[in-house]
Design a protein. Structure first.
Length: 789
């Protein structure tokens, strides 16, 4: 065996097409950065001198900030800089490697404070981690954690197969690197850059094979208040003594929603030819506000083997997408939440006379759609169907939204909606499904068809229609500043060729439902002033800036209905049902839509809850196997309490078939809800060590103990002996017992009085795709004298 080792080693290093060593020399330098170097809003060509985010004054910094950035050099002497594409902005240089490669990054800190260099998605040893935290390492293994000013260090990383693109990924996937001394502050200061890890053999030098253009875009609300240089920036760009750094308006002026550090369309040189194969690498960074649905006008993308036009990124999330550029012209791309003015850029598709393989559509599907003004009631019954209480009941969650007063609008608003007509005369409105509510008509078409819309604007403001998921040319591109909050939104269903019947319905589907979960912000409606004049009795006393007034106009709805008022969700047991779940809105519109009582399949998986983000959609398929009335709700706490909850009904429409399933065993679990005092941080040792390493002062602390109610398992019905957790379960801590099953509707929605025990009988169906607990929950309640209340 010893004699074979040298031979094996020599064969490995001399194999053709084998792994390579890739060297990068990167310096950390302090510089200045201008978020809008043209001084203009490139979206409308206007000067930006008066805008609060970019205006420099005696107490505002403006658009230029001191930052620390990563710069690439030719070698580790750090004498000669390497230029980078202008569109890369303030991001560090792109590091590229294939699986099997070794990456050597020679880093020198030219800045005035300590920083580091830490990768995501690569394999490293402790002395190459580049992250400062209490990890019980010393000496050599601590040198990489922080580079003091003037220090130099070489980081060695390995691109393992398991760290590279997976079987269903594209050839190259997005990763990042950043400083990790104090990550939020380091990144806010500017120290972040992209890594592209690729499958073996897919790079031609530094270029991805079979790709004509590639771009890396980071969507990030840079919080300059967290930058290490905030004091320097105040001293440099404002008048002495004029700034209150804790003032909320000042802090807001330092929030810079940008793409690669550019705002208002200032990102330069995103150019390509029509028919170019283009790869986009998207990076999300930041905090709770950094939810970014990225939309490219006029194009469709392929991401994770699915066709899309919107890709959503969150803090520290990384996505990639492929497209073939279509439609010569200058197009917008940007965040659908923060892109009204900030996070927008242009990409230019040139006509380079490249041949196209597209087959033009021949069959035209014609729709006649009008925009109209109506009065919309978010809850026509006036009652919460879950509690049976009046929506204006004192102390109820709904009172805020539905109580009408001299300075409150109530639950009815004038809205603008899309409605479909039979022809271009716009005299006869087409019949529509009751459950659609405020939504416009369902536009359906198969692949290869042309959708033609004759649009009649019967409102008093300029309006239009913009499609998602379709290709269109520049003459059909539109804008949507406040259209959606005014009510102008509807579903568009793109189907495979031959999947629609002559009646326009999906073949093989008994029912089709479309649900739009969104917070309609009536403060952003075109008709806010008109609604104030119409529905308040003292409109002159209304303060539109009053936070309580603004909250009262934020309507947590599904299809424009709240608190169980959505009608028409009716189906039969065993129906083939398609649910099309949509979302629009702001960063608050993160929705976990839960269907009690039944499960659905989506993308090959079975579940009862689906997550949708702003300006995204999901399609679900359900075959209901339980009869009754069930909840369909958003499980986001604020949304649920705010009224985003409704009911669907499953009826027995045919003779029932007896259940033939054979069950192997019956299992009973005894669980109690108990009040405890929970300590979120029993030891502050690690936290204090971290602050010491970072050189921060150890301040005072808020308490870490809170009274909680938690689930705990017991051995039997007496609830005297708590079941001991084994080693594999100790990590659950505050969590209840790990029951790998789905509970019935009543278990999740029926509250249990104090001191009572519910007998829950269930069985595990071994024939379904995953373990599911179902069955009947037996009520009435059994009052227990020996159980503490």
């Amino acid at each position: 065996m010893k004699a074979l080792l040298p031979l094996i080693f020599l064969v490995f290093i001399s194999s053709p097409g084998g792994a390579v060593d890739r060297h990068y020399s990167i310096g950390i330098k302090e510089t200045t950065w201008n978020y809008a170097p043209t001084g203009k809003n490139m979206l409308n060509g206007k000067e930006l001198q008066s805008h609060k985010y970019l205006q420099r004054s005696q107490d505002r910094i403006g658009s230029v900030y001191k930052k620390a950035l990563y710069f690439q050099y030719t070698n580790d002497t750090f004498q000669t800089l390497i230029g980078k594409p202008s569109w890369l902005g303030f991001l560090g240089p792109i590091i590229k490697a294939e699986t099997g490669d070794m990456v050597y990054v020679h880093v020198k800190n030219f800045a005035s404070r300590m920083y580091s260099f830490h990768p995501h998605g690569l394999t490293y040893t402790k002395e190459n981690e580049g992250a400062l935290y209490p990890d019980n390492t010393t000496n050599k293994q601590k040198e990489d954690d922080r580079l003091q000013p003037g220090a130099q260090y070489t980081y060695k990383w390995y691109v393992e197969e398991k760290q590279g693109p997976g079987p269903n990924d594209s050839n190259c996937v997005t990763r990042i690197y950043h400083s990790h001394v104090d990550t939020p502050r380091d990144v806010a200061s500017g120290l972040v850059g992209p890594i592209l890890t690729c499958k073996r053999g897919t790079l031609d030098g530094d270029t991805e094979k079979n790709i004509d253009r590639s771009y890396v875009l980071m969507f990030f609300i840079t919080d300059e208040n967290k930058s290490w240089y905030i004091d320097d920036n105040i001293n440099t760009y404002t008048e002495s003594g004029k700034v209150n750094a804790s003032d909320s308006d000042f802090q807001e002026s330092n929030l810079m929603p940008s793409i690669n550090g550019y705002m208002y369309g200032n990102l330069p040189n995103l150019t390509m030819c029509a028919e170019d194969r283009v790869k986009w690498y998207f990076v999300g960074m930041g905090g709770v506000l950094d939810t970014h649905p990225i939309y490219l006008h006029g194009q469709t993308l392929i991401s994770r083997n699915h066709r899309k036009d919107t890709i959503t990124v969150f803090p520290a999330s990384l996505e990639d997408a492929f497209m073939v550029a279509k439609g010569p012209g200058e197009w917008q791309l940007g965040c659908q939440i923060h892109g009204r003015v900030f996070m927008q850029a242009f990409f230019n598709v040139r006509n380079c006379q490249k041949p196209s393989t597209d087959v033009p559509g021949t069959r035209v599907v014609h729709y006649y759609i009008a925009a109209e003004k109506i009065v919309w009631n978010y809850a026509p019954s006036g009652v919460d169907s879950f509690t049976k209480k009046n929506l204006t009941a004192s102390g109820s969650e709904s009172q805020l939204h539905f109580e009408q007063s001299p300075t409150r609008i109530g639950g009815s608003y004038k809205k603008l909606v899309y409605r479909e007509y039979t022809d271009a005369s716009f005299r006869t409105q087409k019949a529509r499904d009751e459950h659609l509510g405020i939504l416009g008509p369902v536009i359906k078409a198969e692949v290869g068809q042309i959708i033609k819309i004759t649009f009649y604007n019967n409102a008093s403001v300029p309006l239009s229609i913009q499609p998602h998921g379709l290709r269109y040319n520049k003459s059909n591109e539109v804008d949507m500043p406040t259209d959606i909050n005014s009510g102008l939104v509807g579903p568009l269903l793109v189907c495979r060729n031959g999947s629609l019947g002559e009646d326009g319905k999906q073949k093989g589907k008994d029912k089709e439902f479309y649900l739009l979960a969104t917070i309609f912000d009536e403060n952003e409606s075109y008709l806010l002033d008109e609604n104030i004049r119409t529905f308040t009795t003292k409109p002159e006393n209304v303060d539109k800036k009053d936070p309580d007034f603004q909250k009262s106009n934020q309507m947590y709805s599904i299809n424009g209905y709240m608190y169980g008022n959505l009608p028409g969700l009716d189906m039969c047991l065993g129906d083939n049902v398609s649910w099309h779940i949509l979302s629009v809105g702001s960063e608050k519109d993160l929705h976990g839509i839960y269907f009690s009582g039944n499960t659905f399949t989506s993308l090959g998986s079975r579940d009862d809850t689906i997550t949708v983000f702003p300006h995204t959609s999901q399609t679900l398929f359900m075959k209901p196997d339980s009869v009754g009335t069930f909840a369909v709700v958003c499980m986001t706490t604020e949304h649920y309490l705010g009224g985003m909850k409704h009911k669907y009904h499953v009826r027995q429409c045919a003779e029932p078939n007896p259940d033939q399933t054979q069950y192997e065993e019956e299992k009973t679990i005894y669980i109690a809800a108990e009040e405890v005092v929970w300590d979120y941080s029993p030891s502050r040792k690690w936290e204090k060590q971290l602050q010491h390493l970072q050189g921060e002062k150890i301040g005072t602390y808020l308490g870490s103990k809170y009274k909680k109610v938690i689930y705990r398992q017991y051995d039997d019905i007496t609830f005297k002996n708590r079941t001991k957790r084994n080693e594999d379960e100790k990590h659950l801590d505050i969590l209840g017992t790990d029951i790998r099953s789905d509970w019935s509707s009543c278990f999740s929605s029926c509250p249990r009085p104090p001191g009572t025990v519910a007998h829950i009988e269930g069985t595990v169906d071994l024939h379904q795709d995953r373990e599911e607990l179902f069955g009947k929950v037996k009520w009435p309640w059994e009052q227990r004298k020996d159980v503490p209340s």
